[in-house]
Unconditional design. Structure first.
Ligand SMILES: Cc1ncc(COP(=O)(O)O)c(C=O)c1O
Length: 389
């Protein structure tokens, strides 16, 4: 079946193409000026001191947990209604994910459930700003302070979102000890593949830079030395600790820099598209639309996901839309019910809100330049699929 209306699409203009091409005309394709400039712009945008660009959001989560010192024997509280990378990263550092319940409206961690999940082994709360809706940072921050836990924000779906009452509102990614951004092509801001870790603490930033670059103490690229025909940086082969190759190439950083400069305009397009769906879908009985406004929050629209009426078979609706060339997504199957978690102690957990909400979720085609007439087609197709005949 051909996809006529895709689920997501990146928004790439001539400015991005020129910026990437300009990098390709240089001989520095890694660890160069674009990385430095992209990191500086990301830190400024989020009002934090440091941004460390990495090869993906998942790599960012991995490094952030390592930087926090989370490891074997530690527990990290996470939502089960989230992308699988959140749990995978915790497992990657040999710690244990502990699933907490979500709030049925915001779909973010429910602070009361988080507090109940705390044990003497808990080290951190991994707060995901799901679908670009900022989590309840005041309550979660207070819990973390009370129990001396770290907060790792996962803002992979929420670049540009804000929490708090203006003028004290702050961007998602500026609340945690560390925060992670993701730049996959379905995200509000893309670098193809990519991510970043944000922090205020210089020691964290140093460690993150080292870990993303094979545990090196220097970010200097030996090719740059060769080009400048200066002696090779003596510490390129000095490794302070075992690390990873989670570097982000110069082309990706150049792309990210242009995208960040256009973010305000891109978020406005997404918000307008969300509001159009809200009106187009208002007359479908039993269909629950995502809130277009929430108190104390500026939403950065990642996906537009509806909840189907309770008695409607999602498989049937999805197949019917697919038959008409309309792509949809099941965001997200609960992690604790994934095959990968079968046999794991937390698979026996009961998370009634997560388990009631997840099977009804359906993400509709949603991207910056979705044509309003296409949105109408999606709405009509969905209406027919929900109530055939
Ligand atoms: C909440 C969340 N965390 C982490 C990630 C992982 O990011 P990446 O795909 O860049 O590894 C994603 C990506 O979709 C995400 O939505």
């Amino acid at each position: 079946m051909t996809v006529r209306i895709p689920l997501a699409a990146p928004d790439i203009t001539e400015a991005e193409i020129e910026a990437v091409t300009a990098v390709l005309r240089t001989s520095q394709l890694s660890l160069g000026p674009e990385l430095e400039a992209f990191e500086k712009s990301l830190a400024e945008y989020h009002s934090v001191d440091h941004a460390v660009a990495v090869s993906s959001g998942t790599a960012g989560l991995h490094l952030a947990l390592l930087a926090l010192g989370v490891g074997k024997g530690d527990e990290v509280i996470i939502p089960s209604f989230a992308f699988i990378a959140v749990a995978n990263a915790v497992v990657q550092v040999h710690a244990t994910p502990v699933f907490a319940e979500i709030d049925p409206v915001s779909l973010n961690l429910d602070p009361a459930s988080v507090e109940r999940a705390i044990t003497p082994h808990t080290r951190a709360i991994l707060v995901v700003h799901t679908f670009g809706v900022p989590a309840e940072m005041d309550a979660l921050g207070a819990i973390a302070r009370r129990h001396r836990l770290a907060i790792l924000e996962d803002a992979c779906e929420a670049v540009g979102a804000q929490f708090g009452d203006p003028p004290a509102a702050r961007r998602a990614g500026s609340f945690g000890d560390l925060a992670v951004l993701g730049f996959y092509p379905n995200k509000q801001l893309t670098t193809g593949e990519g991510g970043a870790v944000l922090c205020r603490d210089a020691a964290y930033a140093r460690r993150l830079r080292s870990l993303r670059n094979q545990g090196r103490s220097s970010d200097r690229d030996p090719l740059a030395d060769a080009v400048e025909s200066s002696p090779r940086s003596p510490d390129w082969l000095d490794h302070a600790e075992p690390g990873y190759n989670y570097r982000l190439a110069e082309m990706a950083c150049a792309l990210g820099r242009v995208q960040l400069s256009r973010l305000h305009e891109m978020l406005a397009l997404r918000e307008a598209a969300a509001k159009r769906y809200d009106e187009l879908l208002a007359d479908i009985p039993g269909l629950e639309r995502p809130p277009v406004e929430l108190p104390r929050r500026a939403i950065s629209w990642f996906v537009y996901a509806v909840r189907l009426p309770i008695d409607v078979d999602r498989n049937r609706v999805q197949s019917e839309l697919a038959r008409q060339g309309v792509a949809t997504g099941r965001y997200f199957p609960p992690i604790h019910l994934q095959p990968a978690w079968r046999g794991h102690a937390s698979a026996a957990l009961s998370l009634p809100v997560t388990e009631a909400v997840a099977p009804r979720m359906l993400a509709l085609p949603f991207f910056n330049r979705i044509d309003p007439s296409r949105q109408r087609e999606v709405a009509d197709a969905l209406r027919r699929a929900i109530s055939p005949g």
